[in-house]
Design a protein around this ligand. Structure first.
Ligand SMILES: C[S@@+](CC[C@H](N)C(=O)[O-])C[C@H]1O[C@@H](n2cnc3c(N)ncnc32)[C@H](O)[C@@H]1O
Length: 469
């Protein structure tokens, strides 16, 4: 029999900060950094070390002292579903540490001087702030130790979230504080109806079953979109299920479906068909209304998106005469928001459906000074493109979490836009990109905006200006 390894326990570790993924960070007695889940700065804990290389990871097994920033989590799924990981901390403390995380990333990874850090903008709505969520149907529920202790060991046919990092561990959700009603009622009804109609929930290991996922959106204009994903086509079954949903929730304004026969859940490139209502949902941000197709990215926290875009506008300081580039434009969100204050906007986005939305969004808002292109920024943004549209006076860039491709950063250095406003949902990649740009740019100011209370996510806006040669 193989000998079991002796557990490594580090005692009396003081948690002094918050790190990536919402974990507390401390050091052992020899100074080695350890990331400890479910802790808050100020806790003193004994840590069971689960991984150790250049740094360690672990979980707390005993608390010697509790942080003053702690509070009681409000959700029964806390620590199980993997979302809203900071519910054990007060909102003021979350803001303080998120702001610190941004500063640390810009200094440590970016190695750049920032002219000034403006105070973080917190969210007025700390619950029910999301306009989009995706849930998965699964034929088995992941069983926690607590459930086993209660005797709940055979839970089948669930609808909820994947436990992070585990594609086959499903957590059933009956109440989620992220989206306003009727979205909990709707999801719970979809679950109950599927059970009643004896539809097969998906088996992620065997890739069998009928019901796979559902994506839901709700807008502040009162519209609701539901995109139901089935493994295979069975017209009679599909229509009976979708009709049942629509009958109970006639307020759904867009009911769509997709057949995904593939092994992964990505809907990239898959056809989404409209079953009832419109093929898009509408949302308003300040003075602009947007239509959003199912494939298109849209800021998921509507009210904070307005504050984010106002920060971009404040940093851009447009006078009406500028040529503005909006890279990674999505459905034209930032470009259309700024269009009234500049000469023209040129937007680039890789999802073609989002560009169709961007063009229609311009039309529906009577905006005539925008042009949008579909494609990868690194291929579209060329010398020729700049010749055709004129060099930018202000360039907005809002890339995905991975940040910008190095080729894009090189092109930005070549374009020499006098101002760049860089919006990021990942301070680490933003810091890396700012370091690339530091060859010609200085960072004048930076402001974090908290779009997602109780999660570790943070958005950051930075103004860069061209260094005087
Ligand atoms: C963080 S979102 C920002 C969208 C938009 N600025 C907004 O505020 O709604 C990033 C966008 O970049 C798009 N995208 C990702 N990689 C891209 C690439 N290589 N070239 C062009 N667009 C890309 C995504 O589809 C997404 O719409």
């Amino acid at each position: 029999m193989r000998k079991q390894k002796k557990p490594v326990i580090w005692e009396n570790v003081s948690i002094h900060g918050l790190a990536d993924k919402g974990r507390g960070v401390g050091r052992n007695s020899e100074g080695m950094v350890v990331f400890v889940e479910q802790t808050a700065p100020g806790d003193v804990v004994d840590v069971l070390v689960t991984k150790k290389k250049d740094f360690a990871e672990g979980r707390p097994i005993h608390f010697h002292a509790y942080s003053e920033d702690r509070t009681s989590p409000f959700c029964t799924h806390f620590n199980i579903c993997g979302g809203c990981k900071l519910q054990h901390m007060t909102y003021d403390a979350q803001l303080k540490y998120k702001d610190q995380m941004v500063r640390d990333a810009l200094q440590r990874i970016g190695k750049i001087e920032v002219g000034s850090y403006l105070p973080i903008i917190g969210a007025e709505e700390q619950k029910y702030y999301r306009n989009k969520l995706e849930f998965t149907f699964a034929n088995k529920q992941w069983i926690t130790q607590e459930m086993m202790d209660r005797g709940d060991s055979n839970l089948r046919d669930v609808l909820g979230f994947h436990r992070p990092g585990a594609f086959d561990k499903m957590v059933h959700i009956d109440e989620c504080f992220l989206m306003p009603e009727p979205m909990n009622a709707l999801r719970n009804y979809m679950h109950a109806l599927a059970v009643e109609q004896k539809l097969e929930f998906y088996d992620v290991r065997k890739h069998e079953g009928y019901l796979r996922n559902v994506m839901m959106r709700i807008s502040t204009l009162g519209q609701i979109m539901v995109v139901m994903v089935f493994k295979y086509e069975d017209k009679a079954k599909r229509e009976t299920y979708l009709d049942g949903i629509l009958q109970k929730f006639p307020e759904i304004t867009s009911l769509q479906y997709c057949i995904n026969e593939g092994v992964n859940d990505s809907l990239w490139g898959k056809t989404i068909s409209c079953y009832a209502g419109k093929s898009y949902i509408e949302e308003a941000l300040g003075h602009v209304t947007y239509r959003i197709a199912p494939h298109s990215f849209f800021q998921t926290s509507t009210r904070q998106a307005v504050r984010l875009f106002d920060t971009v506008a404040e940093f851009a300081e447009l006078s009406g005469k500028e040529n503005v580039y909006d890279l990674y434009t999505g459905v034209g969100s930032i470009g259309l928001y700024l269009a009234k204050d500049c000469l023209q906007v040129v937007g680039i986005e890789e999802i073609p459906e989002a560009i169709v939305d961007a063009q229609q969004n311009a039309e529906r808002n009577n905006i005539s000074n925008t042009t949008f292109y579909a494609g990868d920024v690194k291929n579209i943004l060329t010398d020729q493109f700049a010749e055709q549209h004129g060099k930018p006076d202000v360039l907005i860039t809002d890339p995905p979490r991975a940040g910008m491709h190095e080729k894009v950063a090189e092109m930005l250095l070549k374009l020499e836009s006098p101002k760049i406003v860089y919006v990021s949902c990942n301070p680490a990649t933003q810091a890396r990109d700012l370091n690339w740009l530091s060859e010609k740019y200085e960072v004048v100011k930076s402001r974090a905006v908290d779009m997602f209370p109780f999660t570790h996510h943070i958005e950051n806006v930075v103004l860069l200006t061209l260094k005087k040669s």
